[in-house]
Design a protein around this ligand. Structure first.
Ligand SMILES: Cc1cc2nc3c(=O)[nH]c(=O)nc-3n(C[C@H](O)[C@H](O)[C@H](O)COP(=O)(O)O)c2cc1C
Ligand SMILES: Cc1ncc(COP(=O)(O)O)c(CN)c1O
Length: 224
């Protein structure tokens, strides 16, 4: 057995520099997402969402990127249950961190920004695209709450199926929807030999969490 804990794998990624990076971070993110898709990574759109709970404790979990066009400009869209641990955290502290873990490409992208709940009509539009089974699941699961056993969940699924059995279009639960993360900084990390990685960071000002971002993107390089 190879012991991954004792290895020092070198990252042989190509140079990633100021001459080839896109003019704005969303354009660059689209390029690297396309690379992750072309490389057939599993769940290329998976990202780890870090939030802060009401007591200041951080928590993280994976969510799927669902779009890059927000109602007020470029933003990273994900969907979830607003009564979940992350949903409750976001209601009190909308500042979040996102990480795309594209290890097979020796890449990661880190986005810091502010999460805004989507207008109801956009959450409705997304909900309508979900398979019926996921819609039933969305009603059945009290996401993040304790469950005595699997059977408790199965009973809730059966109950939701009875409730919506005669309905063609299962309505969206009021607590379920989309969020848009408006980025304040986006770091593109390319693994390079001898741990001398390339880190290019786009930053702009976000005066306060309610305000729209101001100013042009600034591009800077960080030490590896
Ligand atoms: C690849 C992957 C994608 C996931 N995508 C989502 C998602 O888009 N939305 C979601 O609510 N949970 C998603 N989950 C489940 C979450 O990671 C998490 O378990 C769930 O949302 C509950 O998180 P919380 O208790 O911290 O709120 C995903 C998990 C994995 C492994
Ligand atoms: C609980 C949960 N909610 C939402 C999503 C993402 O939305 P959708 O099911 O519409 O792809 C996922 C994807 N893994 C999920 O696990």
């Amino acid at each position: 057995m190879t012991d991954s804990l004792a290895r020092h794998d070198d990252y042989d990624g190509p140079p990633f520099d100021e001459s080839t990076v896109a003019g704005d971070p969303i354009a660059q993110l689209r390029r690297w997402l396309a690379d992750a898709e072309a490389a057939e990574l599993p769940d290329p759109n998976a990202m780890v969402l870090g939030t802060v709970d009401s007591d200041g404790a951080p928590s993280s979990r994976t969510v799927l990127l669902k779009g890059l066009d927000g109602p007020d400009g470029p933003a990273l869209e994900f969907v979830t249950n607003g009564l979940s641990r992350k949903g409750r955290a976001l209601a009190l502290e909308p500042r979040v961190s996102l990480v795309f873990p594209w290890y097979a490409l020796r890449r990661q992208v880190i986005v810091d920004g502010v999460a805004h709940p989507a207008p109801a009509e956009l959450s409705d539009a997304y909900w309508a695209t979900r398979p019926r089974g996921s819609q039933i699941g969305g009603w059945a699961s009290r996401q993040s709450q304790p469950a005595a056993d699997r059977a408790e969940l199965e009973r809730a699924v059966a109950e939701a199926e009875r409730r919506f059995g005669d309905v063609d279009d299962v309505p969206r639960p009021p607590h379920w929807g989309a969020w848009f993360v408006v980025p304040r900084s986006v770091e593109f990390w390319q693994g390079r030999p001898s741990r001398l990685h390339d880190r290019l960071v786009f930053e702009r000002d976000l005066p306060d969490v309610e305000a729209a971002p101001t100013g042009e993107w600034r591009l800077l390089r960080r030490q590896p």
